[in-house]
Write a protein that binds this ligand. Structure first.
Ligand code: SAH
Ligand code: SF4
Ligand code: F3S
Length: 470
């Protein structure tokens, strides 16, 4: 059976179905356990939550049974993401029964979407906390400890948690996420994010640079700047005499140290500028990799989705990227079976994939989300088997493209940042090249955090296989 979400996995990518669990520490009297679902921003939010809880005397644990506080940081992007959370809550019910005083909190996008309704639907839940309300966790926990169910789902126009130093959870010590903005002002009709995350706001540029610098000083060698639409990052200081665009922010972070790699995600095709592309070429440590979600190749569907670009505009952007950054890695997101999508529309999606020849793609079938513009305006009229068949065609085409893109790397030599041991063998290390491709190679005397020149000798569908060269 076809999975709802189909991703070309690599060795370390955190996918939607994977949960982050916190490392053990001994220094705290109370313990919390946290699981995260959804996008990288949500994983990063869990690290902000961990920081807030540490100050309250809660230390992280991986062992759910020794926790007095269980938190589940949720995602609402597709129905399946919410089903997974409901399933986990059922499992927690048994643990809670045997642990007097244990509190369970639902955080994140599902908390925001369902609000207090979640307390009626899931009786074991004690707290419901939206993505902009994490500073109020200590008082919400106190209320819940007093026997009252507590809810805070207020969205903010200002909150960026800019001053909070995230506590890195389940981390390799080499690569890290840094959130640069929150919310989204685009109203893609299929998408729940504007409703669960609120208005777009950009974080203080100096707090971003400070966080990235501290990570570098602790030994990290790569930061990924995160936002739903990074190209619309725009920050001005209080007096209004200094403004920072995304291109300028990229440059500031790149200048921290040539040994710190910089990545970013996600770029909206309507907003990515030449200025950004030129900054990418100017600094060797800004990785040549762009995630540029297309969603559909049909102008009619793109319009119904309110993506505000046409297939011609998108193709021009891809051409421009390749002109300025000829070896840039390119990835995308695709939705199959959006409302009214015809076979011709679907063919146009396949056609644009042929044009862009993505290295990596995240492919989904459309899942109607209550409250979104599409749910209100259009009928979810494509039968499930048609959605799945179209998705399987998109997946098959992408598989061919990604195999071709892997094979053409054989014989080339890349600078690889080592992220850890390969899952398959202790004798092998794995890392990524500039274009975000995973490379596995014999360990020799190299270690995590090293940059190693690796010659590619072979590949599988998702991994390059190579050997270090001097
Ligand atoms: N901000 C990013 C994407 C955030 S959501 C952007 O604008 O590209 C990640 C991906 O989930 C989207 O790109 C889209 O492909 C997919 N997605 C969002 N809502 C969906 C829905 N209702 N059904 C199926 N896939 C969806
Ligand atoms: Fe959703 Fe569109 Fe915003 Fe991305 S840009 S988060 S798809 S509304
Ligand atoms: Fe999911 Fe919310 Fe991210 S809906 S994809 S966790 S912003």
């Amino acid at each position: 059976m076809l999975e709802e979400v189909t991703k070309v996995h690599d060795e370390s990518r955190q996918g939607e179905a994977f949960a982050t669990q916190a490392p053990d520490t001994q220094t705290y009297s109370k313990k919390f356990y946290i699981e995260s679902y959804g996008c990288a921003m949500n994983f990063n939010d869990s690290e902000i939550v961990a920081s807030i809880l540490n100050k309250e005397g809660y230390g992280p644990t991986r062992n759910v049974e020794e926790a007095s506080l269980i938190l589940i940081n949720t995602c609402s992007i597709r129905e399946k993401a919410e089903q997974t959370v409901r399933q986990r809550l059922t499992e927690f019910r048994h643990i809670k029964k045997n642990t007097p005083g244990m509190l369970i909190g639902v955080l994140g996008c599902m908390a925001e979407r369902l609000k207090a309704k979640l307390l009626e639907e899931e009786k074991l839940v004690d707290m419901v906390v939206g993505p902009d309300a994490y500073r109020s966790l200590p008082s919400l926990i106190a209320e819940a400890e007093g026997g009252q169910k507590s809810v805070n789902v207020l969205l903010s126009r200002e909150e960026t948690y800019g001053d909070i130093n995230p506590v890195r959870l389940d981390n390799n010590g080499v690569t890290s996420f840094v959130s640069i903005m929150r919310g989204c002002n685009n109203m893609c009709t299929f998408c729940v994010v504007p409703f669960t995350r609120g208005r777009e706001r950009s974080r203080d540029a100096y707090s971003i640079v400070r966080e990235a610098r501290e990570l570098f000083e602790k030994g990290y060698r790569e930061v990924t700047l995160l936002g739903q639409n990074v190209d619309s990052y725009y920050w001005n200081n209080e007096s209004g005499d200094e403004t920072v665009t995304f291109a300028q922010l990229l440059e500031k972070v790149a200048l921290i140290d040539p040994l710190l790699r910089v990545r970013f995600s996600t770029s909206h095709p309507k907003d990515i500028t030449d200025e950004v592309l030129f900054i990418m070429i100017k600094y060797e440590n800004i990785c040549n990799y762009i995630h540029l979600p297309v969603q559909s190749g049909s102008n009619r569907v793109l319009q119904l989705m309110n993506r505000t670009y046409t297939r011609e505009w998108y193709k021009k952007k891809v051409t421009r990227i390749r002109e300025i950054l000829p070896d840039c890695g390119l990835s995308t997101d695709i939705i199959c079976g959006f409302c009214t999508e015809t076979e011709e529309d679907h063919q146009e999606t396949l056609d644009i994939m042929e044009f862009a020849h993505y290295d990596l793609a995240y492919m989904y079938f459309y899942s109607e989300r209550p409250g979104t513009l599409a749910a209100r305006r259009y009928q979810d009229d494509i039968p499930e088997e048609v959605k799945k068949r179209r998705l399987s065609e998109v997946v098959a085409l992408h598989r061919r493209h990604s195999e071709e893109s892997m094979k053409k790397e054989i014989g080339k030599t890349y600078k690889v940042l080592v992220e850890g041991r390969s899952k398959k063998s202790d004798e092998q290390l794995f890392g990524r090249n500039d274009q975000n491709k995973v490379i596995v190679f014999p360990k020799e005397n190299f270690k995590k955090g090293d940059y190693v020149m690796v010659k590619v000798e072979d590949c599988t569908s998702g991994t390059l296989i190579g050997k270090a060269v001097i």
